[in-house]
Design a protein around this ligand. Sequence first.
Ligand SMILES: Cc1cc2nc3c(=O)[nH]c(=O)nc-3n(C[C@H](O)[C@H](O)[C@H](O)COP(=O)(O)O)c2cc1C
Length: 313
Amino acid sequence: MEGLVDEVMRATLTEATPYDACVTEFARVAGSVLPARFFTRIAPELNEGSRTAAGTPVKVQLLGSDPGRLAESALTLAHLAPAGIDLNFGCPAPTVNRHRGGAVLLDEPELLNRILLAVRAAVPPSMPVTAKMRLGMRDTSRAIEAACALADGGAGELVVHARTKEDGYRPPAHWPWIARIAEAVAVPVIANGEVWTVDDYQRCRSESGRTDVMLGRGAVADPFLVERIRAAQAGVAVRSHDDDWPRLYPLIQRFWSRVLDKVEPRHAPGRLKQWLNLLRRHYVQAEQLYNLVRPLRDPVAVSDALRQAAALS
Ligand SMILES: Cc1cc2nc3c(=O)[nH]c(=O)nc-3n(C[C@H](O)[C@H](O)[C@H](O)COP(=O)(O)O)c2cc1C
């Protein structure tokens, strides 16, 4: 997720719980083919077998509208051996859409198909090529057509974010639409959108008919959500968020030290505040820590506040 789940967050979240895979922020292919150094910058894991330190495979996501440039960029990327190449047709950002990237292409199924065909043909058959889509731009009238265009073009898997671009990130996510798309295409379909809790997962599963979900903000807001979902599936008691704070606090500390290693000092506090702001949905201690950190701009003061937070329980 652009501006939220970079290699620092991926390392942190996959250390908390193993995932089947994770995906980078989108790499925008606009006027020129992207060079290898661009990919290793947004996905340093490419230098480590395309896995996070905890071993979760990392796919790299491309966004663009030019089949030729996307295909050439995908070939450069394929030489770096990512765990897979994902294509983004879900981004709702006006600046991205204005330049014909992301969700705006859902109105052009024929182009979606050409992009997939070009990228699929450019990379070795063994390289997974997948696609992420929303239900449409303004409405869902072409959702099936778009999904079929992607699948027929060679997407090995579709992640469906069950909202239109117009819906933005507003709840609800329209999970029954995922079931309709899954009926129409012959490739695996993964459900996405508005899964924040075990209860959401169970409702998403029953409405979409999918057991596989891609977690977005829910994974960042609760780093143990995957574990909770797996426990519920296995019929084992699901731990409370309060019980998990002692496991979360050291993760936050490690996240902070990774942020300090990567980010300019003046930008570092913002990254921690951004995460705490999501964590406080579930964790009262994160709310307390957020309130301590919110007024601070100096990384040294933030480190002090984090040490104080050891006493929170
Ligand atoms: C800040 C932010 C950045 C995002 N960046 C990306 C991105 O780069 N690529 C992508 O496929 N989806 C991106 N998304 C969308 C999420 O992957 C996901 O599809 C969406 O948030 C719905 O899932 P959720 O309700 O579980 O968060 C982003 C979402 C947010 C909130």
